[in-house]
Design a protein around this ligand. Structure first.
Ligand code: AMP
Ligand code: TRP
Length: 344
């Protein structure tokens, strides 16, 4: 098949951005700095941006149905409250665009069992009893590749933990192109940039800040109020030394480095620049500055999220019109994929 003859190749967009977040719990500061804040930064005229509530991915581990429905809408509210504008970005819920699962099946037949077995996120999530993990959790990365390639996305902003899944997406695209002798799926570029790609737990600077960590004190949630944010930062683990003037002094102090990186990401500065300012200060002084900064940025977002959640109908309307726009891009690409594999 000649790619040039398809409608898809006539797209006028130079760059298309796709990313997703699972509605498997509330949003954390890690999601905000590592993902959503960067989604907002990419919302500019040179990119067409598509951001997705990946509820099918969340379902790979047990989800209470009422909570899944609530969390999916709350995540959409979080996107909008943080600055994603439904008039500039396409906001979707994965299960409302059936082409994602249709392409995922084709990719299940392209990807190899051995590739999936190497995925560290599967090993971490499945734990010791991997025989008992859902089949969905095992083939999760093929659905993620479908999310991205269904739109011929060129840029994928994610946190550091998604690097391996994006390499697998590239392997699936290459194998498909090779098997069918066609240059059809692009090789999407991971955008893992900045100092916030790995925000760590407030209780242990060697562990990622995560919504699934049992201790709520380990993370800042986007729904925390000002007092709670200040309390968690005050209680964050540190060490007895004052802050150094240069980043080299933080190499073996993971908790201190994490707080400096959070400050830098919140204030859009480099950690080096932050240290020029705060080097020499004690942690109690620095934590006060950090709490003020975090509250100033996060509280307006959580207030707006609450306001948006008081009108579920409006959120559903935004997701419904997002799904329509998304399907108008996805459907011809899926159709062309079907033709390539012989489903004509
Ligand atoms: P998840 O919550 O696992 O669906 O992750 C959604 C997005 O947030 C992905 O791009 C992750 O890489 C990013 N993310 C999650 N936790 C962190 C963290 N602690 N630091 C930086 N990015 C994160
Ligand atoms: N797997 C990602 C995570 O856990 C979420 C995700 C699903 C995603 N599909 C995607 C991210 C496509 C980027 C692009 O964070």
């Amino acid at each position: 098949m000649n790619r040039e003859s398809s409608n898809v190749s006539k797209t006028t967009f130079t760059s298309r951005v796709f990313s997703g977040i699972q509605p498997s719990g509330g949003l954390t500061l890690g999601n905000y700095l590592g993902a959503i804040k960067r989604f907002v930064a990419m919302q500019k005229p040179e990119f067409e941006t598509i951001y997705c509530v990946v509820d099918l991915h969340a379902l790979t581990v047990w989800q209470n149905p009422q909570e899944l429905a609530h969390n999916s809408r709350e995540l959409c509210a979080g996107f909008i409250a943080a600055g994603l504008d439904p008039n500039k970005s396409i906001l979707i819920r994965q299960s409302q665009v059936p082409e994602h699962t249709q392409l995922a099946w084709i990719f299940n037949c392209i990807a190899r069992v051995g590739w999936m077995q190497r995925m560290t996120q599967f090993k971490d999530k499945a734990g010791k009893n991997s025989q008992n993990a859902s089949l969905g959790l095992f083939c999760y990365p093929a659905l993620m590749a479908a999310d991205i390639l269904l739109y011929h996305a060129t840029h994928v902003p994610v946190g550091d933990d998604q690097k391996q899944h994006l390499e697998l997406t590239r392997d699936i695209a290459s194998k498909f192109n090779h098997d069918y002798q066609i240059d059809f799926f692009p090789i999407a570029k991971p955008v893992i940039e900045g100092d916030a790609t790995r925000i760590m737990s407030l209780r242990d600077g060697t562990k990622k800040m995560s919504k699934s960590e049992p201790s709520d004190m380990s993370r800042i949630n986007l729904t925390d109020d000002a007092d709670m944010i200040a309390h968690k930062i005050r209680k964050a683990k540190t060490d007895p030394e004052p802050l150094p003037m240069e980043i080299v002094g933080l190499e073996n102090r993971p908790e201190a480095l994490n707080l400096v990186q959070i400050y830098a990401a919140l204030s859009d500065q480099s950690p080096e620049f932050v240290l020029q300012d705060v080097g020499g200060k004690t942690f109690s002084e620095f934590k006060k500055m950090l709490a003020d900064l975090a509250i100033a940025e996060l509280v307006p977002i959580s207030t707006e999220m609450k306001r948006l959640m008081s009108d579920i109908g409006e959120i559903d309307h935004i997701l419904c019109s997002g799904a329509e726009k998304a399907r108008s891009i996805a459907s011809p690409i899926l159709q062309e994929t079907y033709e390539i594999v012989g489903m004509t």
